[in-house]
Write a protein that binds this ligand. Structure first.
Ligand code: ASC
Length: 155
């Protein structure tokens, strides 16, 4: 084999592998980057929310700065939810109903942004009663939207 032939075989193999990998990607219904981004913002919200509750319930002993930081992080991620469903970003765990009923999705997005902003305010003020009220309201927004617009899943 000449070295030219060897290079051609190598190139063909690389191209074929690339094409197959792309096809496999499409076949397995793998998520687009936009859908991955949406998922990770939601995961960030879940982490902040979970950690906030651990701190609020005194299950973890950390300075108040942690309670405040988690409430603020939650509010910051929640402020992005309205933008997470652009046209063409369908897929992942998001149900098609989102794009059919966009006003309803946007209502939840606004609700969760407002409720988590109230939570951050309450945390900054050290107002436990207001924190309790706000996180219940925020949890209801999360759950309402997920029940309607997210695929069933285990966690
Ligand atoms: C989450 C998550 C939800 C809410 C909900 C709170 O982290 O994924 O749907 O919090 O469980 O009631």
């Amino acid at each position: 084999m000449t070295s030219m032939q060897a290079i051609r075989i190598l190139l063909c193999t690389l191209v074929a592998t690339g094409v197959l990998a792309t096809a496999a990607h499409a076949d397995s219904g793998e998520k687009s980057d936009a859908a991955k981004y949406r998922h990770e913002v939601m995961e960030a919200m879940g982490s902040s929310f979970g950690n906030f509750i651990l701190l609020y319930m005194n299950k973890v002993d950390q300075p108040d700065a942690h309670l405040i930081a988690n409430a603020q992080a939650l509010a910051l991620s929640a402020s992005l939810t309205a933008d997470l469903v652009p046209a063409g970003s369908e897929g992942g765990e998001a149900l098609p109903a989102i794009w059919d009923e966009m006003d309803e999705y946007q209502k939840y997005a606004e609700e969760v942004a407002n409720n988590t902003a109230a939570l951050a305010d309450a945390a900054e003020a050290g107002d436990k009663a207001a924190m309790g009220k706000a996180f219940k309201a925020a949890g209801k927004s999360c759950k309402g939207c997920h029940d309607k617009f997210r695929e069933e899943h285990d966690h």
